[in-house]
Design a protein around this ligand. Sequence first.
Ligand code: IVH
Length: 696
Amino acid sequence: MSDTANSLFDLTLEDARARHRELVRDINRHDRLYHAEDNPEISDADYDVLRRELEQIETRYPALVSDDSPTRKVGTAPAAGFRKVRHSVPMLSLSNVFSEGELTDFIARVRRFLSLEDEACIAIAAEPKIDGLSCSLRYENRTLVMAATRGDGSEGEDITANIRTIADVPQTLPAAAPDILEVRGEIYMRRDDFAALNARQLAAGKPAFANPRNAAAGSVRQLDPSVTAQRPLHFFGYALGESSRPLADTQWEIRQELASYGFAEAEPAALCESAAALMAYYHKVLVDRPDLPYEIDGVVYKVNRRDWQERLGFVSRAPRWATAHKFPAERAVTVLKDIEIQVGRTGALTPVARLEPITVGGVVVSNATLHNEDEIRRKDIRVGDHVVIQRAGDVIPQVIDVLVDKRTGAEKPYIFPDHCPVCGSQAMREEGEAVRRCTGGLVCEAQAIERLKHFVSRNAFDIEGLGDKIIQLFWEKELIRQPADIFHLEERSRTLTPPIAEWEGWGEKSAENLFRSINARRRIAFNRFIYALGIRQIGEATAKKLAGIYGDLDGLTAQMDAAQDRDSDAYQDLLAIEDIGPRVADDLLGFFAEDHNRAVLRDLSAQLDITPYAVPVASGSPVAGKSVVFTGTLVTMGRAEAKARAEALGAKVSGSVSGKTDYVVAGADAGSKLKKAQELGVTILNEEEWRDLAGL
Ligand code: IVH
C-alpha cells in the first residue's frame, strides 16, 4: 500500500481526478452489490484496498471529495431521507386493554359484532408484544423485493437496503409460499446486544441510545446500509399484509406457516378459548418477562379465525380483531424541583414537572406532565415534594402521587398563572373546560412556534431536518414566522450574510439537505395539508374525512364560507360528517373566518401542489358512493358490522331516510324508517338482497 501512497504524490491533479472518479463509481457499485443485492463480486480484502486508495487520494487532494464519495456516507446525516412507499394493505396499530374487565369487554365486542351466540367459543391466539419497530416485508415470487417502515400506516419509508443486512430476514421463501406475500413483523434488538452496542458507542465518544427500541430504530434509519449491517438486529414475523392466496385459516396456523418459511416467531405463544385462559397466559409472560432476551411491553391477542378477522375489519387505525394487553407502568420516587408552564399550539397552558432525574424502567426521566391546574390542586402538589412518577411505554411520564409524609415544611404551594408566561396575555378557562388557554392568539410567540412545529411534524408535512430546535432557530432569526416562509427559505438564504451554509454548525451539505427535504414536500396530499394547519380538534382522521368530502382547498374554503351561516345546508352537511359535532364545527369555521388564516392558506397554495386525498375505498363496488340506511334487526351481522362493511365498500351509511337515500336495508321489525322509504319510493332491500348486491 505504501507504494500507492508514495506514487500518489507523483499523480497530477488531473490523473488523481480521473482515478478518484473511477474509484467512487466502483466502490458505490460494490456497496450496492454487497448490501442491496447480496451478491458481492470481490472479497472484503480487495474492497478494503479500493477504499484505502480512495481515502489517500482524498487526503492528498481534498478538493476532489465529492458528494457521492463513499467516504462521505458513513455516519453522516441522511441526505434526503428515504423514498416513500404506499402500503398495499394499511399497517395498523393496536388498541389496548389494561385489565381483565377490559379484556372481557373486548371479547364481548367481538361477539356482538359477529352476532355470535353467548356460548360460541372464540379462540384467541396470544403472543408477546415486542418493543421494537414494525416493518413490512414484501416478497414477489418468493424473493424479498421491498421492506418498509409503518410510517403513518398508509405510507412508510423504503428501508429495503438496510433490512437486507438482517440475518433473520429471509431473502427468499420456499416454494410453498404464495407468489405475493407481505409479512409484517417487528425489528428489535436483544438486551445483551443493546448493552454491548451502547458500550461501543460510549467508547467511541458517541451518545448512548436510550433503550433497545431507539437503538433498533436508529440503526434501521441509517442512510448507509453498512452501518445497519454492523448493528445486531433481529426480526419476528407476526401478521400478514397483502397475499396472493390465503396462507391458512387461522392465526395460529399462520404462525406455523411463517416459521416454516424461515421466520422467527415470538415465544411463548398460546391459543386460548376464554378470558380466564388469556389472563393466565398474561400472568405467566409477566413473570417470565425479565428472563426474556428482548424487551416486551405486553402481550397481543388476535382472534384466531381468519374469516372472522376479515369480517371484523378495522376501525380508525386498529383492527377490531386484535388488541394489546399492556403491562402495568413502572414507577419511581423523585423530587419535584420546579413547575414550568408550556404553551401549546392552541394556547393551552400545560404544567410540566421538572424533576431530579431518575431512572424509571430503564429510561432516565427528568420531566413529567401535571396535566392541568385542577390536577395540581387535587393532588396538592408542591414544589420540593417527593413525588411518584409513572411511565408506561411511550406515554409521557406522569406525576401520580405525592409523598406527604416526606414534607419538611419547605415545600411551596403552586399558584397557577392567570396570564400567559410567554406573551403576557390573559389566560382564561372556558366554562366546563379543564384547560386554561392563552388568549394571545396571533401575538403569542409560543403558539406560533408550536404551530410551525406541528406543521412540519411527521404526520403533517414531515420535513426532515426541520426539527424543533431548527424551527426555534429560524424563528429567532426571523426567517420563518409563517408556514409559507418555510418554502421561501432557500431563496431568502441567498440574500443573507452570512448564508445559512456558513452559520456555526452548518455547512453547504446540511443547508442543501434541508432545502432538498423542504422542496420534496411541495407536493402534499390534501388530508396531510389540512392536518398540518393545526386547527383545534382536527386530527388526522377528521382531516382525512374533510379531504375526502370536500376534494380540494377551493372546495373546502367555499363550503366553510357557506357554512358560516348556521342555517345553511353547508352547515348541515358539515355536521353530518361522522366525528364532527357543533364544537368541532365551531373550531373549524372559526379558523376559516379569520383573515389571517386565509392569508396563510393563500400563501401556501401559491407554493404548493396539493394533491387529492386518495380515499382508500374498494372501487368498482356496486354500492360505492350510494347512500344506505339500515333499519330493523339483521340476522347475519350486527348493526356495527353492517355499517363498517358498507363503508369499506364505499357506501355512505346514514341514520335517516331522505330523498337522497339510495337503499334502505330492512331487517326484522323495521318500523318508521321503512315506512318513510315506502312513502318516498326509495329502493328497499332485505338482508339477503343487500348481501347479494354488495357482494358480501
Ligand atoms: S399484530 C394488525 N403482534 O405493536 C395487527 N403487533 O402497538 C398488527 N407489535 O403496530 C399488529 N409485537 O408494531 C402484533 N406480536 C405482535 C406484536 C405487535 C409488537 C407492535 C406492532 C404494532 C404495535 C401496536
